[in-house]
Structure formats: structure tokens, C-alpha cells
Design a protein around this ligand. Structure first.
Ligand code: KG4
Ligand code: ZN
Length: 334
């Protein structure tokens, strides 16, 4: 490969997906993700098991990302990794691996904030938004309304005060007896259910913030009142009604934020942006209100290293490098 090109290896290991990607001059040439199945039987991510699985996966995943991109490690310009937020043991695997590999190759390291990367996933494919735009980042750990002024200049203007939207999906799915992570399965079952069959509580939270813990309690109390066999008989309607409520909650504050900041470009990112109901609803709102809507491809919605490498490319252009003494951060604000 041309030695004048900027070639970045990105590594993501913040939760339960080990991922590596190669970005060449701002274009993602490979994105390889190994998802960990080991957590399914526990109904949630077990941090220690996640760290161990990352250790097993990281070498083959990085190897495959380089191979798929047709890049030799000696050609790399820099190595980027997720510094946080996330599970500390999981982050340690990616950060230690990235630092060691960069040291061996004598190239710079770039640290990436996972939540910034979810937002910049919109710059991987066409069409790309222009600044300023609003991004609703909805994942398993976060729900944020982000006003994006430039690649590396963004502000969280609203966020959840308790559970994240992904947690609302996963926890209510668990109450319905669905395996972890329940979000994608709940989405699938909701497709043939009636979204107005059951009504659940919606929060009253000031400003542009969210709350999902009340919905969780409302679903729990509702289910506890029912006779045996109720869930099995009404599963699709329950899924559709829960999904409908989560989307209504998300959209209410999104509309308020668009009005307040007078943006015309609106996007969704993070694992929950893979939800078919949410994707449909935001497209509809875009048509009704004249907004341009941006949604990443599925592989760049859930955790992936493509978004890490893409973010690192913008930091590389600013020569924003980290030093070898950098360490992971479980909590890391945008
Ligand atoms: O961004 P992500 O992959 O990881 C975190 O950074 O947390 O998001 C994972 C979350 C999980 O809660 C998962 O259930 C949810 O995204 N999710 C979905 C769908 N696909 C993933 N939730 C609803 N519908 C989906 N199709
Ligand atoms: Zn994420």
C-alpha cells in the first residue's frame, strides 16, 4: 500500500464485542467483530468472562481485520483503541494490546471515547450529515442527545437519569422470559404485535433528560397482576406495546431538542438504533418535519471498531496522540 496513506488500526473492547477495523485515509476497509456468546446463560454480561473472551479473541480479530483490508502491520500509521467508557477489565485488554503493538511497531497511539465514536459512525458511509446535527445515541449503557458541532466538538444536551434505552429493552425482555440480550428479539416479536394493546407509564422528567426505570416497574407490576399463561398468549402484543412506549419516550425529547436547537439534520446511533420500529419512526418524523435523517448501517450501530478507527482518523489529522502511560477509564464523559 502507498506509504503516504494514513492507515489506522482501530480496536474496540469496551463491553462484550471484540472488534478490529482498518481505516485508510478516512475510509473503512475492514470491520471484524467477534460477539461473545458466553454471557447468554447468565442473562447479562459477566465482566470477568468478557475480559477472558477478549483475550482469546483479540489476536485473531486483529489479524483478520488487517488481512481483509489487505494491510500489513508494518504499514500502519497509528493504532487506536477505546479508552472508555465501559467495563474496566474489557477495556484493559484493548488498551494493553493496542499500546504494546504500537510500541513494537514504533507508531503513535490514539485514544477514543466510545460515545464520540458512536456519533462519528455516521461518517463511515454516504450520505454523511453536515454540521451542526443532532444525534440520539441509544445503547445498552447510554442514552444521550448530542449536539454535534464538528467531528471532535460535541455537547451532550440531554441524557438518561437512570436506565439506558437498551437496558429498558433488555430488562423488560427478561421479564417476558426472552434470552439476553433481549432487545433484538423483542424487536422481532413486536413486528407482528399490536403496539396499542397495552399501555405503560411514561416518565415526566424535566428538560431534555430521559428516564426508563418507571417503565420497567410499570411493566413488572402489570405482569405480576396477570394470570398464568398471560405472557405466552400475548407475547407479540406485549413486545410491540413495550417497544412503542420506549420509542414514544425517545421521540418526545428528540423533537423538543430539534425545536430548541433548530437543527434540520437528525440522526440515531448506538445498538438500539438497529431497532426496526425506531428506524421507521424517525424516518416518518423526518418526512413530516422536513428533517434529513441519518442512520448507520447495522454493523456500525452496535459496538464495532469501524467507528473507533474512523474517529481516530480525525484525531490523527489533528496529531492528537496519547502516550504509553495512558490508562482505560470506566467512566468517560464526551
Ligand atoms: O451500542 P451497543 O452495541 O453496546 C453498548 O455500547 O451498550 O448497544 C447494545 C444494546 C443492547 O441493550 C441491545 O439489546 C440493544 O442495543 N439492541 C437493540 C436492538 N439491537 C441491539 N434494542 C432494540 N432493538 C434492536 N434491534
Ligand atoms: Zn456502544
Amino acid at each position: 500500500m502507498d506509504s503516504k496513506k494514513t492507515i489506522i488500526l482501530g480496536i474496540e473492547s469496551s463491553c462484550d464485542d471484540t472488534s478490529a477495523a482498518v481505516c485508510v485515509d478516512g475510509e473503512i476497509l475492514s470491520n471484524v467483530t467477534a460477539s461473545q456468546k458466553v454471557h447468554e446463560e447468565y442473562g447479562g454480561v459477566v465482566p470477568e468472562l468478557a475480559s477472558r473472551a477478549h483475550q482469546e479473541n483479540i489476536v485473531p480479530v486483529v489479524d483478520k481485520a488487517l488481512k481483509d483490508a489487505g494491510v500489513k502491520k508494518e504499514e500502519l500509521s497509528a493504532i487506536a483503541f477505546t479508552q472508555g467508557p465501559g467495563l474496566i477489565g474489557s477495556l484493559l485488554v484493548g488498551t494493553s494490546f493496542g499500546k504494546a503493538m504500537a510500541l513494537a511497531l514504533n507508531i503513535p497511539i490514539i485514544t477514543v471515547n466510545h460515545m464520540v465514536a458512536h456519533v462519528l459512525a455516521h461518517f463511515i458511509d454516504e450520505p454523511k450529515p453536515s454540521f451542526p446535527f443532532l444525534c440520539l445515541t441509544v445503547s445498552g449503557g447510554h442514552t444521550q442527545l448530542v449536539l454535534v458541532k464538528d467531528y471532535l466538538d460535541m455537547e451532550v444536551v440531554g441524557e438518561t437519569i437512570d436506565d439506558a434505552a437498551g437496558e429498558a429493552f433488555d430488562k423488560t425482555a427478561k421479564m417476558l422470559g426472552l434470552p439476553y440480550p433481549g432487545g433484538p428479539l423483542l424487536d422481532k416479536l413486536a413486528k407482528t404485535g399490536n403496539p396499542l394493546a397495552f399501555k405503560f407509564a411514561k416518565p415526566r422528567v424535566p428538560d431534555l433528560n430521559y428516564s426508563f426505570s418507571g417503565l420497567k416497574t410499570s411493566v413488572l407490576y402489570f405482569l405480576q397482576k396477570q394470570e398464568e399463561g398471560f405472557i405466552e398468549k400475548n407475547l407479540n402484543d406485549l413486545c410491540a406495546s413495550i417497544q412503542y412506549t420506549i420509542i414514544e419516550i425517545l421521540m418526545k425529547k428528540l423533537i423538543k431538542t430539534v425545536d430548541k436547537y433548530e437543527v434540520t439534520q437528525v440522526s440515531i446511533a448506538g445498538g438500539v438504533s438497529a431497532n426496526s420500529g425506531l428506524r421507521k419512526k424517525i424516518e416518518e418524523l423526518g418526512k413530516e418535519n422536513g428533517w434529513d435523517i441519518f442512520i448507520p448501517q447495522f454493523q456500525y450501530c452496535t459496538d464495532n471498531a469501524g467507528m473507533i478507527a474512523q474517529t481516530a482518523y480525525y484525531k490523527y489529522l489533528n496529531q492528537d496522540f496519547a502516550t504509553q502511560d495512558v490508562s482505560p477509564k470506566a467512566r468517560f464523559k464526551i
